[in-house]
Design a protein around this ligand. Structure first.
Ligand code: 5GP
Length: 116
């Protein structure tokens, strides 16, 4: 069994596998999703591994706020002036497939609700 907290996203941070990176700072990285579900589909991740939002702690408060501000900045950079959706999937029922916390930015089309 693989107990390493590392996922494919750690490899993207280290540039070991390619990704279209649209934003980077000391704490966060944003890159285009490999299987886009909307005309704009970008993932914002912390460089520090937090597997799921359920495992975030009080100590992560500033980092989590930072990720949201990065998401809105990237949405602006992508000209999503008509709006967009931010999504965090958590665990099995949440549909999470990569266990490195990420915020999906989805935009460029009208979203449906409920999401399914
Ligand atoms: P989750 O289902 O965990 O919320 O979202 C994981 C997302 O990561 C999916 O939308 C999936 O398409 C994306 N993804 C998985 N592997 C890669 C990869 O190697 N590169 C990129 N750019 N996106 C990936």
């Amino acid at each position: 069994m693989n107990n390493s907290p590392e996922t494919v996203f750690s490899k993207i941070i280290r540039r070991e596998i390619p990704a279209t990176i649209v934003y980077e700072d000391d704490l966060a990285l944003a890159f285009r999703d490999i299987h886009p579900q909307a005309p704009v589909h970008i993932l914002v991740i912390p460089k520090q591994v937090i597997p799921t939002i359920a495992e975030a702690t009080e100590q992560d408060q500033q980092l989590l706020g930072h990720l949201l501000l990065v998401a809105k900045q990237v949405a602006k950079q992508e000209n999503l002036d008509q709006g967009y959706r931010l999504v965090i999937n958590c665990g099995n029922d949440g549909g999470q497939t990569v266990y490195h916390l990420h915020i999906h930015i989805l935009g460029g089309r009208s979203m449906q609700w409920p999401p399914g």
